[in-house]
Design a protein around this ligand. Structure first.
Ligand SMILES: [Zn+2]
Length: 222
């Protein structure tokens, strides 16, 4: 459970997060990976320290110190499991699966969310993040099932939260991030041991391409 992820975010994503230049959905994906990945947390705090040093050259140093300490406080909160005052308590399975940054957006327990069926053994929960220009969803795949072959116009980033899946680029387990680009037509398969839950952020519309996929496209547009 404490295994360190083997598939990380690239420097561009971590720098973008550290500098606050990512969109909201991408920021949630990065923050969720950071909650599970000490390696990327360390790289990000280095970038933030650089950013703080640069800021301190051009701004009063109190401001830079404050910005950095707020960021560090935010990062150190990511593994906390107790909800802050006034927020709903989550059940154990939900707390163990969804790190804090994502849990707050999902807003409910995994088994009581309005999942939409996306074909045999695959469910999707669209999550409203930011202005909606990027598609963000939780995916829940039964053990051994395949997500229908699909392609997309932008980059698809998938973070595994429970179980594992494999495609032709490798196997991805909890904390791992898989990046698929527009020219990548793939069909991930969930490992057979347990269900797989992922958080996916897709820039640009998703189009299913297999024979079942053509039917699924009708649902995705809903
Ligand atoms: Zn990482």
């Amino acid at each position: 459970m404490t295994k360190t992820p083997g598939h990380h975010l690239d420097e561009e994503a971590l720098l973008g997060y550290a500098s606050g230049s990512l969109g909201e959905a991408e920021s949630v994906l990065v923050a969720t990976h950071l909650a599970l990945c000490p390696t990327c947390r360390e790289r990000t705090s280095t970038y933030e320290a650089w950013g703080g040093a640069v800021l301190s050259q051009i701004e009063p140093s109190r401001l830079a110190d404050d910005a950095l300490s707020k960021t560090m406080a935010r990062l150190s909160q990511t593994e906390a499991s107790e909800p802050p005052c006034g927020q709903a308590a989550f059940d154990h399975a939900t707390v163990m699966t969804l790190p804090r940054p994502l849990r707050d957006y999902v807003g409910g327990n995994l088994d009581s969310l309005p999942w939409k069926s996306r074909g045999r053994g695959v469910k999707e929960l669209p999550i409203e993040i930011g202005d909606g220009s990027v598609r963000a969803s939780l995916l829940r795949i039964r053990p051994g099932e395949t997500i229908p072959q699909h392609t997309h116009e932008g980059v698809e980033s998938t973070l595994v939260l429970k179980g594992a899946f494999s495609d032709e680029t490798g196997t991805y387990a909890r904390g791992d991030v898989a990046i698929a680009t527009a020219d990548h037509d793939h069909a991930p398969v969930a490992d057979s041991a347990e269900e797989c839950i992922c958080f996916a952020v897709i820039e640009g519309p998703l189009r299913f391409t297999g024979p079942i996929g053509r039917v699924l496209n009708l649902f995705v547009r809903s």
